[in-house]
Design a binder for this molecule. Structure first.
Ligand code: FAD
Length: 392
């Protein structure tokens, strides 16, 4: 297939498409690549200009790495200069546990996501950046999508649409059957967009500062830059005077080194994190990645969930191009639950424990004395996915 590279809105609306993928995060970019490799004329639509900053802890666990290997992109993180992870340092007021990591890498989302988009383009997908998509109701043979780029609007249709537009699946806001509400008391995500350096934070270590009202993860990514991301109670953010001061306080209370000017840096917040979409499939529309539901970032699994669903959705979606049946909706709902839903249950349990001050303190003190107690949990979080994707 002739590659359909970065497109303009005018070019995208004149071409025929079998599949439209909304959102170029790990879920959407990998899904677009797999669809294009399967022979589908695929358009990947992204709201932002790429490369773009994304609020994220920037860690790929063993599960994420095994999915990349499964689809033939196993060398990608190393080729981008990803930093191997050897230790998780978990600290709360008065206690610090050092847990050995045997797999996982740190890589900035700017670089990683752009490389996945490039892989999709090389596989033959068209890429339409800086364009916001809204999915419309389905008709018998297709589902249409309205595209907005600056002041211009266009409409395209395809046999299959994949919604991979992240938390809250805003591209589905015109469809009443999708729930966009977050769970009560859900935390918000936060990330530092500015360039930060601190030699006090060694490369290869995830520094996780845990407080009762939130937690912050710090890690060195390619080029030595420090990446910081956090999950915070909204009330705590209000009480401390903003995201920056809230993160600064959590880091200080955990006893990690101070970082000059951190509170005043360029902080970005996210929508409320914890939510489920209610449905992961309707006629000619499949949801994947955060768009299908998210818990919290503490266990560092979101990219792995996104990649696993992006790698496996093509098996169902490609068959939907030649003819849709409700069986495909059931198939994706069940596959998604098996690939992602079950793994999210452990994360949900841990997230509940993180709301309890005594449980946090007790757990970190216990792990400080007996770090190997964390081994079964770390092994489970890193376990490969069974996506059943044919090798890349
Ligand atoms: C604080 C924090 C720390 C985290 N740390 C980690 C970690 O260390 N490791 C890990 O594995 N996971 C982590 N995660 C989770 C991880 O970031 C997400 O799970 C992952 O990005 C989900 O990928 P996705 O492709 O589903 O969505 P996203 O990466 O959110 O991508 C969605 C894309 O869709 C685009 N978009 C949105 N709306 C539209 C629209 N209408 N039209 C077109 N495009 C649109 C967006 O611009 C975006 O590029 C963290 C999350 C948070 C909040």
């Amino acid at each position: 297939m002739t590659p359909a590279p970065v497109l303009s809105l005018a070019a995208a609306v004149t071409r025929p498409w079998d599949a439209i993928v909304v959102g170029a995060g790990p879920a959407g970019a990998l899904a677009a690549r797999q669809m294009a490799r399967g022979g589908a004329r695929t358009l990947l639509v992204e709201r932002k200009a790429f490369p773009r900053h994304k609020v994220c802890g920037a860690c790929l666990n063993g599960h994420a790495l095994s999915t990349l290997a499964e689809v033939g992109l196993g060398d990608l993180p190393a080729s981008l200069g990803a930093v191997s992870l050897q230790e998780l340092r978990l600290a709360t007021r008065g206690a610090c546990a050092r847990l050995r990591l045997t797999m996982g890498v740190a890589i900035s989302r700017e670089l990683f996501d752009a490389a996945l988009v490039q892989a999709a383009i090389e596989a033959g997908a068209g890429f339409l950046p800086e364009t916001t998509a809204h999915v419309e109701e389905s008709c018998e043979s297709a589902r249409s999508v309205v595209l907005q780029h600056e002041g211009d609007t266009g409409q395209i249709a395809a046999a299959v649409v994949l919604a991979a537009d992240g938390l809250g699946h805003g591209c589905l806001s015109w469809l009443p059957q999708f729930d966009r509400t977050a769970r009560d008391g859900s935390r918000i995500g936060a990330g530092c967009g500015g360039t930060l350096h601190s030699e006090a934070y060694e490369p290869g270590v995830i520094f996780m500062a845990v407080g009762r009202s939130g937690y912050a993860g710090l890690v060195r990514v390619e080029g030595g830059r420090l990446n910081i991301a956090a999950a915070l109670d909204r009330q705590y953010v209000r009480h401390t005077g903003g995201i920056g001061p809230a993160v600064e306080e959590i880091i200080r209370q955990a006893g990690f080194p101070e970082i000059a000017g951190l509170g005043m840096n360029d902080w970005h917040g996210t929508a409320a994190l914890t939510r489920r979409s209610g449905r992961t499939a309707v006629r000619r529309l499949l949801l994947l990645g955060d768009a299908a539901g998210y818990v919290e970032p503490f266990t560092g699994e979101g990219i792995a969930w996104a990649l696993a669903s992006g790698a496996s959705v093509a098996r169902t979606a490609l068959r939907g191009i030649s003819g849709w049946s409700s069986g495909l909706e059931t198939e994706w709902t069940m596959a998604h639950d098996q690939i992602v839903g079950r793994r999210q249950r452990l994360c949900r349990l841990i997230a509940a424990g993180l709301r309890n001050r005594w449980m946090i303190g007790g757990a970190v003190r216990l792990l400080e004395q007996m770090p190997t107690m964390a081994t079964p949990i770390l092994r489970r979080l890193n376990a490969p996915a069974l996506t059943g994707t044919p090798p890349g």
